[in-house]
Write a protein that binds this ligand. Structure first.
Ligand code: SF4
Length: 370
């Protein structure tokens, strides 16, 4: 009995220490300033597979364009994909849109408050449901994402060896520990504290144990063997940047003076169906003298080394692969289209599309923003 009391006392002290650490150290991120369930839901979906720095840049723009769940539900899918451009994993945007339409049509636009009810919606799994319900409504449900799993495995001393019984057994143990450890008075903050600890202190490499509020009871206090991530592979890809002067009537209607050729990916493509991109070069190897731009672009576990070549309109058929609908698009219109992240990146680097981040740098340097 005395042992049980001592254990409970230690758990209570750890929870208090973790919440105190979070109150003093949490990053000031835009979605943390809101308790609006819709805004929290959008942030949680964006954060699942995209770096925080990229989400910070895109989150406000997305909410500016779709400030409410109903506004998102009413928007055409191509607009939603356009606003998602650069965040990657576009299936998330499609599912978010579908779920918003479902809530709008069947639940009078009110996102359910309970985690169990949220899980019924398209694209909302255990993690997202628990995050939205706990952060927006203080429901005492524990969140377990990759960061939380790593913190708890290290805390409890469960390493790669614990996977003997299979990943599912370890996962269940982690979920059970997360449930027991959860602070039921501030579940939303507690869940965010655990995720923040994993993201900033108990990092995959070189955890900062001296700064960790769990260090006194942690079994590991340092990096230890966990399952290895699949290594990145590399591929070379080449795209053509084909530009022409816009026809006069389009200019008179306020269109831009230049048009770019874009190709739509097939609707049944496994990756990024229906999105617009630059035409693919038949030869990815581009002579140095004709190279317009070189960049690296990561998609899932693949690092693409991308070569961009300027292609004249008359050389189009000889130099690029056919396939997919092709369209000449004014640059202003292109900015609002569902472009792949890579295509948007290329057009921004070529200063053909505005980039808020690049414009800000130019402003700070006192340069003119084009
Ligand atoms: S003490 Fe170190 S290993 Fe343990 S949870 Fe904290 S940062 Fe992670």
């Amino acid at each position: 009995m005395a042992g049980q009391d001592e254990k409970q006392g230690k758990t209570k002290a750890l929870r208090a220490g973790l919440l105190d650490w979070y109150d003093r150290n949490r990053r000031d991120l835009p979605w943390r300033r809101s308790r609006n369930p819709y805004a929290i839901w959008v942030a949680e979906i964006m954060l699942q597979q995209t770096r925080v720095a990229v989400v910070v840049e895109r989150y406000q723009q997305f909410l500016g364009r779709f400030p409410t769940l109903v506004a998102l539900a009413l928007a055409p899918e191509q607009d939603v994909l356009a606003m998602w451009s650069g965040l990657g994993y576009y299936r998330r945007a499609r599912m978010l849109h579908k779920a918003a339409q479902f809530v709008s049509e069947n639940l009078q636009g009110n996102l359910p408050a309970k985690a169990e009810e949220l899980r019924v919606l398209p694209g909302i799994g255990v993690y997202t449901a628990a995050a939205v319900a706990s952060i927006a409504h203080n429901e005492p449900v524990a969140v377990v994402d990759g960061n939380v799993e790593r913190v708890l495995c290290r805390f409890a001393g469960w390493g790669a060896g614990s996977r003997k019984g299979g990943g599912t057994v370890l996962r269940r143990k982690v979920e059970e520990l997360a449930r027991r450890f959860l602070d039921r008075t501030r579940p939303g903050d507690f869940n965010q504290a655990m995720m923040e600890l994993g993201a900033t202190v108990c990092t995959p490499r070189n955890p900062q144990c001296a700064a960790c509020p769990l260090t006194a009871e942690c079994k590991t206090r340092g990096e230890h063997k966990t399952a290895r991530r699949a290594p990145m592979t590399s591929r070379v890809a080449g795209y053509g940047l084909v530009l022409r002067a816009a026809p006069r009537p389009s200019r008179r209607r306020g269109g831009s003076t230049e048009q770019v050729l874009l190709v739509q990916r097939p609707a049944d493509a496994t990756v990024m169906p229906g999105m617009w991109e630059l035409p693919t070069l038949l030869q990815a190897e581009v002579p140095q003298s004709e190279l317009r731009m070189e960049l690296r672009h990561a998609i899932m576990q693949v690092n693409y080394y991308v070569r961009i070549r300027s292609v004249a309109e008359e050389d189009l058929e000889a130099m690029t692969a056919t396939g997919g609908e092709r369209r000449w698009v004014g640059l202003r219109e292109a900015a609002g289209m569902a472009l792949t992240g890579l295509t948007r990146k290329v057009l921004m680097r070529a200063r053909l599309l505005a980039s808020p981040a690049m414009d800000e740098i130019a402003r700070q340097r006192g340069e003119a923003v084009v």
